[in-house]
Write a protein that binds this ligand. Structure first.
Ligand code: NAD
Ligand code: ZN
Length: 313
C-alpha cells in the first residue's frame, strides 16, 4: 500500500520484502539488499523507506547507512515499539551470531512518518509490550505523562485513537529531546533511556529471547529497578507500588522469570554497557527523574531481585 501510494505520486518505486522476524537482521539479508540496490542502480538520489517494525527499521536503516556511503532514509514504523522507540534516535544495525546489534551505525532518518491506524492489526501481546516503553518515558522524564497513562489505562488497552496519537507523539518528543543532547551516547545522558534495561537484558539473555517479548522484559526490569531504587533509599515504596499498579493494569508482566539470581548478576557483568564489571543502573530519584548510579553492590541487586519477585504476586 505504501509502495503503491509512492508510485502513484510519480516516483519510481522498487519493493524489497524481507521475512518477518529477528533473523532478518543479519549480514546475509543485509548483503542481499545491498545487491538488490546495486542491481537497481540506486544512487545518492535514492531514498530507502523502511515500512515495518523495529526489525525492518534497523535493517533498512543499516543498509541505507552503508550503501554508497549513505542513502537518505525514511522510517515508517508499524509496531508500537517501533513508533515510540526504535524509529527515533538514529540507531540502526544488524545482529551477529555473537550478539544482538553488534554491527551498526548512527544514521538519522530524514523523516519518521507514523500512522497509528497501522496498529489496528497488531496482535495484543506485542501491542502491550510496546506500552512498557511508553511507561518508561513517564518514569524517567515526565511525571505528568505518567499520570496521564494512569488515567487512561482502559483507553490504552482499547487502542483509542486520540490516546494513541498523544502517547506516540509524546514518546517520540521525549526520546528525541534526549537523543538531541547526546546523539552518540557519549555524555551518558542518552543512558537514561536504558531504565529497566540492565535487568531486562539479563532476563532476555538467560531465557533465550523466546519466552519474553522485549517490552515484557522491560516491564519486569523496571519493576526490579524500582525495587532496587527503594532498597537504596532513593525512592519511597509508594513509587514502586504506583509503577507496579500501572504495569499491571496495562496487563504487562512484572514477575521475574524463573532464572538463577547469580546468573542474573553474571549476565549483567557481561552486558556490553557494563564497564570494568562495575554494576551500573539507571534508577529513579522521583517520578519523572532518573540518575545513573555506578558501583551498585551485588548483594543489593540480589536482594532487589528477591523483593521484586515477592512483590510481583
Ligand atoms: N534502533 C533502536 O533504537 C531500537 C530500539 C528498540 C528496539 N530496536 C529493535 O527493534 C526490533 C524489535 O522491533 P519490533 O518489536 O517492532 O518487532 P518486529 O519488527 O519483529 O515486528 C514484530 C512482528 O510484527 C509484525 N508487524 C509489524 N507491523 C505490524 C502491524 N502493523 N500489524 C501486524 N503485524 C505487524 C512484523 O512482521 C513482525 O512479525 C529488535 O530487533 C530491536 O533490537 C531498535
Ligand atoms: Zn527497550
Amino acid at each position: 500500500m505504501a509502495a503503491q501510494a509512492l508510485a502513484d505520486s510519480g516516483r519510481r518505486v522498487e519493493l524489497l520484502v524481507v521475512e518477518a522476524g529477528e533473523p532478518s537482521k543479519s549480514i546475509d539479508v543485509a548483503a542481499a539488499l545491498w545487491e538488490k540496490l546495486a542491481e537497481q542502480q540506486a544512487d545518492r538520489r535514492s531514498v530507502v523507506v523502511a515500512v515495518g517494525g523495529g526489525v525492518v527499521g534497523d535493517l533498512a536503516g543499516f543498509v541505507a547507512a552503508t550503501y554508497n556511503r549513505g542513502l537518505r532514509f525514511v522510517q515508517v514504523p508499524t509496531t508500537l515499539l517501533a513508533q515510540v522507540d526504535s524509529s527515533v534516535g538514529g540507531k540502526v544495525g544488524i545482529n551477529l551470531p555473537q550478539g544482538k546489534n553488534l554491527v551498526g551505525a548512527f544514521w538519522q532518518p530524514a523523516a519518521v512518518l507514523i500512522d497509528t491506524a497501522t496498529l489496528t492489526t497488531l496482535p495484543d501481546r506485542p501491542y502491550r509490550a510496546g506500552l512498557a516503553e511508553v511507561v518508561k518515558y513517564g518514569v524517567i522524564l515526565d511525571a505528568e505523562f505518567f499520570a496521564y497513562l494512569e488515567q487512561h489505562t482502559e483507553a490504552l488497552l482499547a487502542r483509542d485513537h486520540d490516546v494513541l496519537r498523544h502517547i506516540v507523539a509524546r514518546s517520540c518528543r521525549l526520546k528525541a529531546d534526549v537523543v538531541q543532547q547526546d546523539e552518540r551516547e557519549l555524555t551518558g545522558l542518552r543512558a537514561v533511556l536504558n531504565y529497566g534495561h540492565t535487568f531486562c537484558h539479563a532476563f532476555e539473555t538467560l531465557t533465550g529471547y523466546e519466552q519474553l517479548l522485549h517490552g515484557e522484559a522491560v516491564a519486569i526490569g523496571m519493576h526490579c529497578a524500582a525495587c532496587l531504587a527503594a532498597r537504596l533509599n532513593r525512592i519511597p515504596q509508594s513509587l514502586v507500588d504506583r509503577q507496579r499498579s500501572l504495569l499491571r493494569q496495562l496487563k504487562l508482566p512484572i514477575q521475574t522469570p524463573n532464572v538463577d539470581r547469580q546468573q542474573v548478576l553474571e549476565a549483567m557483568r557481561r552486558d556490553k554497557k557494563t564497564v570494568d564489571g562495575r554494576l551500573r543502573f539507571v534508577l529513579p530519584s522521583k517520578l519523572g527523574h532518573v540518575e545513573l548510579v555506578d558501583g551498585v553492590q551485588p548483594d543489593d541487586v540480589l536482594a532487589a531481585l528477591d523483593e521484586a519477585a515477592l512483590s510481583a504476586d
